[in-house]
Write a protein of this length. Sequence first.
Length: 435
Amino acid sequence: MAGATIAAYLAPKGVRIALIDHCFKEKKRIVGELLQPGAVLSLKQMEMGHLLNDFDAQLVDGYALLQGNEKITIAYPTPHNGVGLHNGRFLQKIRESALQNESVTQIHGKALQLLENAQHEIIGVSYREVGTSEIKEIHAPLTITSDGFFSNFRESLSNNEKSVTSYFIGVILKDCDMPFPKHGHVFLSGPTPFICYPISSNEVRLLVDFPGDQLPRKALLQKHLDTNVTPYIPECMQKCYQKALLDGGFKVMPNHYMAAKPIIRKGAVMLGDALNMRHPLTGGGLTAVFSDIEILSAHLLAMPDFSNLDLIHDKIEAYYRDRQQANANLNILANALYGVMSNDLLKTAVFKYLQLGGKNAQESISILAGLNRNHYSLIKQFFFLAVFGAFDLVRQGVGNLPNSLKLLFDALLIIKPLAKNELTVKAVVSGYFKK
Ligand SMILES: Cc1cc2nc3c(=O)[nH]c(=O)nc-3n(C[C@H](O)[C@H](O)[C@H](O)COP(=O)(O)OP(=O)(O)OC[C@H]3O[C@@H](n4cnc5c(N)ncnc54)[C@H](O)[C@@H]3O)c2cc1C
């Protein structure tokens, strides 16, 4: 997504690009299927909004939360909307748009290694060409590595380890009536959350969380669905859900968390999941990717050309600095909300808090939508939620005081490490030997 999109954006502006991927076929993935309004806005700002047309992508107006028999909906701030889509189809549209430019060379190959000169500056990449299996080299003043969450290049360009928070089990529900059409749904009744949203006019993606860092075996997966999901699927979705279970075809993906800790080296920059990941519960991945592309491109396009390597280096530094500010809310919210949804006291508190509606619900959804990047808003809403939840428990009876304190303590445990990781200015390591 990241590589093809930045190529599609920069190529018409006269930048010569080699787009390397080891697979240019349409992929069937369970990732990147809900674009939050922030992602849609970035695409429009880059004049790429038309790439969402003509492949049955669906407008999404807001979110629905369901807990027991209670349901609430919260609309995205007007005039914004999200989009549900088949990731593979969307990626093909982006690639087509990139490859129609004469300045883009398509290279069908597996990128192997960054190439370095004697000063350890990166001068390109080696790759194994698909078809011939020949190992070739390509040289460039700037190499953008965006090879996704299993990145080969993280070791050279980043100072961080990824961790698995949980797994998502994905299944497509055909001809399914969701309780609220054109909405993303979050189901809170079971012990772990599950979500769904439309990805075409007759398909709904269901993603079920499987906690822990161990890949669920088939028997365990079935037990999880039977016990923690099936009883909580709404009546209107049961038929298509049962059919999907019978048809099989589950896909399972790990959900990672990794704050961005880039190592700045001359000649290379990281983009997308290779650099930074958050839990996909909030669908924030592509909002971060597209926003990063806008930021990096704005810095690169401010140069007269790509001949001054020192200037490129300054631009990369500026990109890493600016993107951290822009993405902190997305990163914190995704993992904080996952923590909240996996905690009974906080889960109930968030439902009741949003049920109140009004300004706080609106501010919360604008953060989720990727439209509000103000860190103060996020911390304020999280603090309000915790205090509201604690107060609500005590209001029901003084005997709830221990639970109320536990809720506050749990909220602090969730937010503190995330805020530390994402909000403190990281000393970005500059130069090869300082790793
Ligand atoms: C279960 C799940 C659900 C998600 N749902 C959403 C969602 O609804 N909304 C959202 O916004 N985000 C979502 N995300 C996150 C989002 O999908 C990612 O943030 C986004 O795809 C990252 O884009 P990328 O370009 O960095 O990586 P990718 O999209 O993974 O692209 C990496 C590319 O690199 C290529 N590649 C890899 N290695 C090499 C190599 N050595 N040589 C050549 N090519 C190579 C691959 O073929 C691929 O095309 C989800 C993530 C998960 C795990």
